[in-house]
Design a protein around this ligand. Structure first.
Ligand code: CO8
Length: 385
């Protein structure tokens, strides 16, 4: 077993301990079932094949295949997803969300979602904006480069101090948690709100059969507080982050697109992935990381009552849980929210934690764990106070 001597190297708690005091959740009002999504996709395919019949006949174009509800559920575990804009996604003419642009005098939609989740978290902790010193907006799709969404959220909540945005794709929340815990440990803030507004439907290609079902929209918030100032909550025992470059999940949308307009409409300006490769490469990376960090903290898998894993794919979570535990996963040990929410990028493990942690007694331990594009992975071990 390792001895914890230096928190910077081992990932153990920093100078002053930080606590997850509460979490908050905002769920969009609309939900799309697999049946609805597949019906719309297949209507588009039928139309596309009819319109391109001549080219298909001449061997100049491949006919498009239909999508299937059974495939989606079996391959991913997803049954439905929440979205901020439903009808346009299901309209075969559009197949994208439609979110009216707001004037600069109004709060932006991403900030509004984050504020909703943040208010929920503050209320649950019995705290107000006056108790908070900073806002970190950690998510995978930022609406604009500046001013930072976090600063807009800070303003809307009335938080004095500072805010900044960060993006580590699916691992944004765990990276944000470590950043917040370290800044609290370093004495820079009493409490930090980490918010994760995710409009994943904005960058999803609903005309790509391989991925049209993967994502949903949501916002989560995490209130991280200096231990002495927190009532209850979850002590952060240790955090660890890892990145390893991969092109297997990529999105080439960006501010330089206008400098190469001939490529601006290409599919890689939306989410693209090699799903099989991601699955094969990320499962061993994450399970090894969890086992190493357990060891570093002097814990064994049996010491964990629960793992709140990133919600991308049910089979992936089953394999990770199996590798860590050495036996079949059950949903009490690794709860699933993917069926209802689909992949909500950075928010997934936080939704699982938010909805499935009420039964913990003081001293019981669990793990929040993310993994995704980058590749990036983060572990946050917590103990109920
Ligand atoms: N309907 C019916 N059949 C289908 C469909 C469909 N919709 N799609 C594919 N098929 C067929 C294929 O054609 C293939 O047929 P054949 O065997 O004849 O060639 C067969 O089904 C199997 O296809 P795959 O091998 O692709 O299927 P998998 O079993 O691998 O399942 C998954 C696909 C579900 C994508 C799976 O690979 C997976 O989940 N992998 C992990 C992916 C993952 O975790 N990615 C993380 C990405 S998220 C992230 O990091 C955040 C990014 C930031 C957010 C961006 C917001 C948009």
């Amino acid at each position: 077993m390792h001895h914890v001597t230096d928190h910077a190297i081992t990932g153990a708690s920093p100078l002053s301990a930080a606590v997850i005091e509460s979490t908050g959740l905002w769920t969009p009002p609309h939900s799309i079932s697999n049946e609805e999504l597949v019906e719309s996709y297949n209507a588009w395919v039928e139309r596309w094949n009819a319109e391109n019949a001549e080219a298909i006949e001449a061997g100049e174009a491949e006919p498009k295949s239909s999508s299937s509800v059974e495939f989606i559920e079996k391959a991913s575990g997803i049954k439905s997803r929440y979205v901020v804009s439903k009808d346009p996604i299901l309209d075969p003419e559009i197949m994208a969300p439609r979110i009216p642009e707001r004037p600069n005098s109004e709060i932006s939609i991403l900030a509004e979602m984050a504020v909703n989740a943040a208010k929920d978290a503050l209320k649950r902790a019995g705290k107000t904006a006056e108790d908070v010193d900073a806002v970190i907006c950690a998510c995978s799709n930022l609406q604009r480069p500046y001013p930072a969404i976090a600063v807009e959220v800070q303003d809307a909540l009335g938080v004095q101090g500072w805010g900044f945005d960060m993006n580590v794709a699916c691992s944004s929340a765990t990276f944000g948690l470590q950043a917040a815990a370290d800044m609290i440990g370093g004495g820079h803030a009493r409490s930090i709100l980490v918010v994760n507004p995710e409009i994943c439907s904005g960058h999803l290609n609903f005309r790509d059969r391989d991925s049209h079902f993967i994502f949903g929209d949501v916002a989560t918030a995490i209130l991280v507080t200096r231990e002495e100032l927190a009532d209850g909550g979850w002590r952060i025992l240790g955090t660890h982050l890892k990145t390893q470059f991969s092109n297997n999940i990529r999105n080439n949308f960006g501010f330089l697109n206008r400098a190469a307009p001939e490529h601006a409409a290409e599919a890689d300006k939306l989410f693209i992935q090699e799903g099989r490769k991601v699955f094969k490469e990320v499962v061993p990376l994450v399970s090894a990381m969890i086992l190493e960090q357990l060891d570093t903290l002097g814990l064994t898998p049996a010491d964990l009552k629960r793992m709140w894993l990133h919600q991308a794919n049910l089979n992936m979570n089953r394999m990770i849980a199996h590798k860590v535990l050495g036996k079949e996963m059950d949903e009490t040990y690794a709860p699933v929210v993917l069926d209802q929410y689909a992949n909500t990028s950075s928010a997934g493990s936080i939704i699982a934690f938010h909805l499935h942690s009420g039964d913990f007694e003081g001293g019981e331990k669990g793990l929040i764990c993310s993994f995704g594009a980058g590749y990036s992975a983060g572990t946050v071990f917590v103990e109920k106070r």
